[in-house]
Design a protein around this ligand. Structure first.
Ligand SMILES: [Cu+2]
Length: 69
């Protein structure tokens, strides 16, 4: 298990946070998610087997963009 932080752009409210939480939460191996629209930040606790690109693609699926950082 590891903790990773991503910068997310485009979120503006609680609904945005919920969308990201839902999409990222569907990734196998993701244990917990913290997301803040205000800070433009996503923290994911997940297994080492989860690829960064998978997390980024899930954020994009929700309608936002993410970079590791
Ligand atoms: Cu919103």
């Amino acid at each position: 298990m590891e903790s990773r932080e991503y910068k997310v752009t485009g979120m503006s409210c609680g609904h945005c946070e919920m969308s990201v939480r839902e999409e990222v939460g569907e990734i196998p191996g993701v244990e917990s998610i913290e997301v803040s629209a205000k800070e433009g930040r996503l923290v994911v606790s997940c297994s080492e087997s989860v690829a960064d690109n998978t997390v980024i693609a899930a954020v994009e699926e929700a309608g936002y963009s993410a970079t590791r950082g």
